[in-house]
Design a protein around this ligand. Structure first.
Ligand code: SF4
Ligand code: FES
Length: 225
């Protein structure tokens, strides 16, 4: 399985990666992903990266006419090189700042940072760990004081995300450590979960930086509340 980024063009996905649409849904003060529309399953498919396709989430070639600049601006440093560490009383939290504003770090008892700072309480600590594990952008890793990292291995898949609470279409969640190859042939550090931009407006291309919320990106399939 692989995702290949084309210069100023789409994502070429090969290897039969399962493709789903997912909806961000609030439940109390936290969020879950619900199934959206069924999408076709193919060995190879091409996903829009510029945000202007007429057949989302797939590419229709519009990037060739709209002057899309898909230059990759994201750092090639590893997660450990980029991340900062917040030290709590019984848990630490690594944070590389790559946020897709999907809000899974928000738990009923607070967000992952607040909960880490209050990790002397076991309930806060376990909620902080869940908030970090559930971050679909791979921004957060909760670490025990003995160095153990709370990380999970998802099944490989690609999720096309809608965020009706915010009235926008959101990122592409890439799960399960699928390699992502830059236009120049270099493979980004492979991580279990990352969020790729599909609105074309990120300032950290190819990764989502939540710019879809500023531009109110709508691919035409945002469920109406
Ligand atoms: S991308 Fe991660 S850090 Fe950003 S809001 Fe979502 S869960 Fe929180
Ligand atoms: S989809 Fe989030 S910045 Fe483009």
């Amino acid at each position: 399985m692989k995702i290949k980024i084309l210069k100023n063009g789409p994502y070429i996905v090969t290897g039969g990666v399962p493709l789903y649409e997912k909806i961000i849904v609030p439940v109390g003060d936290h969020y879950v992903l619900q199934d959206g529309r069924a999408l076709p399953q193919k060995e190879k498919y091409i996903l829009c990266r510029c945000g202007e396709t007429s057949i989302p989430p797939f590419c229709d070639g519009i990037h060739l006419k709209n002057g899309f600049d898909g230059s990759e601006t994201a750092s090639r440093k590893t997660y450990d090189e980029r991340a900062e560490i917040l030290k709590g009383p019984d848990l630490d939290l690594m944070d590389d700042g790559r946020c897709a504003m999907a809000r899974f770090c928000h738990r009923d008892r607070g967000d992952a940072w607040e909960l880490t700072e209050r990790s002397y309480n076991p309930l806060n600590k376990s909620e902080a760990i869940i908030g970090a594990i559930e971050c679909p952008a791979g921004r957060l890793i909760a670490i025990e004081k003995n160095g153990y990292r709370h990380e999970i291995k998802n099944k490989p898949c690609i999720e096309i995300v809608q965020d009706p609470e915010k009235g926008v279409s959101a990122a592409i969640f890439v799960r399960g450590g699928i390699p992502i190859e830059s236009e120049d042939g270099q493979i980004y550090e492979t991580r279990d979960s990352v969020a790729l931009c599909r609105c074309g407006k990120s300032r950290n291309i190819p990764f989502c930086d939540a710019s879809h919320l500023i531009s109110m990106f709508d691919d035409g399939n945002v469920p109406k509340n």
